[in-house]
Design a protein around this ligand. Structure first.
Ligand SMILES: Nc1ncnc2c1ncn2[C@@H]1O[C@H](COP(=O)(O)OP(=O)(O)O)[C@@H](O)[C@H]1O
Ligand SMILES: [Mg+2]
Length: 375
């Protein structure tokens, strides 16, 4: 089979690492010839994943296509689908998910628990919802990695709201943030991975590290699994999805958002689960039997992020020390240039002991620094 991936970032790169095990010829479309996935595919095409004609020409001689980012030209994918190219997930599912307004409406229409919301078109619309605050304003399209999400605590924050189609969500009193990965094959059979739990840095409110399986009571786990499956069943699309959920202070489980693709919350599945999320997506696309999602051992992920104050040719300080640690797996994404906050890689730790995971995660965070050759 000839399979194309729209996007050439780290998710595409890890998807290609898994593809090397199977009988598949891979194609990547990305507008950067030095992107993380460029040299791991059989055929690389330089071009924009947002341009109709580029995506159509890239896909028209392929058997199947998948995405590693949502900001793709869905009209081109729809035309390709009509001409018989299999798209994972379906263009209809991508269309819903890539727009946070449509996505929220989808949860409501399908009675999937999610925080209450109002749809807004202009920043000034927020003035009509003062009694609804505190809330979170989310840009309909174009946001990524926290850009496109604004906390609106009170009236004085309205000036930081979006002056474009957006959704205003009730602020959830979050106890825990978790993510579940669900896969669905062409026969509609689903699999689900153990949940991952995001551990936040309370000072900077940044993702600190991630633990899997999340520590949940049985009832919360059942609820989370049922909700995550329901999202995918209602999207009615084969593919792999990550469902981000909140558990609030009263124990309610609510959907935050869905990603229609392999996800950063599933990096650990490469070492920690029998079939990784990347392996699973290939099984789905190639019509192979689905894999085993069980964890081999609990795990943690530490993201390797460009340090503040460093922009330029990358250097990984402390890498040898991390590589010397037991049961620790380093993944560098091959990006030549770093800048503050850029995702440069991740480290997975596996251990039967959660304390060991936490201890090593903290040690790695303090040891490994992404800096530059010249200050
Ligand atoms: N309704 C909400 N209530 C409280 N916090 C929220 C809410 N929505 C989002 N957040 C916080 O903002 C983060 C980013 O929001 P999210 O919608 O996941 O955007 P992104 O696309 O950047 O991942 C979440 O992980 C969560 O910590
Ligand atoms: Mg998110």
């Amino acid at each position: 089979m000839k399979v194309g991936i729209l996007g050439g970032g780290q998710l595409g790169r890890m998807l290609l690492q898994a593809a090397a095990n199977y009988d598949v010829t891979t194609f990547v479309l990305e507008n950067d010839a030095h992107c993380p996935a460029a040299h791991l595919c059989h055929h690389f095409t330089l071009g924009s994943i947002q341009d109709f004609e580029t995506v159509y020409q890239f896909g028209k001689n392929l058997d199947a296509l998948t995405i590693e980012i949502e900001s793709v030209n869905v009209d081109a994918l729809e035309k390709l689908e009509n001409e018989g190219v299999k798209i994972y997930p379906t263009p209809a599912a991508i269309r819903i998910i890539k727009n946070k307004v449509l996505q929220k409406q989808f949860y409501k229409d399908n009675e999937i628990p999610t925080s209450a919301f109002h749809i807004t078109a202009h920043q000034s619309d927020l003035l009509q919802h003062l009694p609804f605050l505190p809330a979170v304003h989310k840009l309909g399209e174009g946001g990524y990695d926290g850009k496109g999400v604004q906390m609106i605590q009170s009236e004085k924050d309205i000036e930081s709201g979006f002056n474009a189609p957006a959704v205003l969500e009730k602020k959830v009193a979050i106890e825990k943030e978790i993510a579940l990965i669900v896969g669905m094959n062409n026969e509609g059979k689903t699999i689900i991975y153990p949940p991952a739990e995001m551990i936040f840095d309370t000072v900077y409110n940044l993702l600190d590290y991630q633990l899997s399986p999340a520590k949940l009571d049985e009832k919360q786990l059942w609820k989370a699994q049922a909700i995550a499956r329901k999202v995918v069943m209602n999207l009615k699309s084969p593919g792999l999805f990550a469902i981000e959920l909140f558990i609030d202070k009263s124990g309610e489980v609510l959907v935050n958002e869905t990603a229609p693709r392999v996800h950063n919350s599933g990096h650990h599945t490469i070492e920690a689960n029998y079939s990784s999320q990347y392996d699973m997506l290939w099984r789905i696309i190639l019509n192979y039997p689905l894999g085993n999602t069980n964890e081999i051992l609990p795990s943690a992920i530490v993201n390797i992020i460009g340090a503040e104050g460093y922009t330029g040719d990358v250097v990984y300080e402390g890498l040898d020390e991390v590589l010397k640690m037991d049961n620790v797996f380093v993944h560098l994404y091959g990006k030549k240039q770093t800048k503050p906050g850029r995702k440069m890689g991740h480290v997975t730790i596996i251990s039967s002991d959660y304390q060991d995971l936490t201890h090593k995660a903290n040690k790695i965070k303090h040891t490994l620094k992404v800096i530059t050759t010249k200050p």
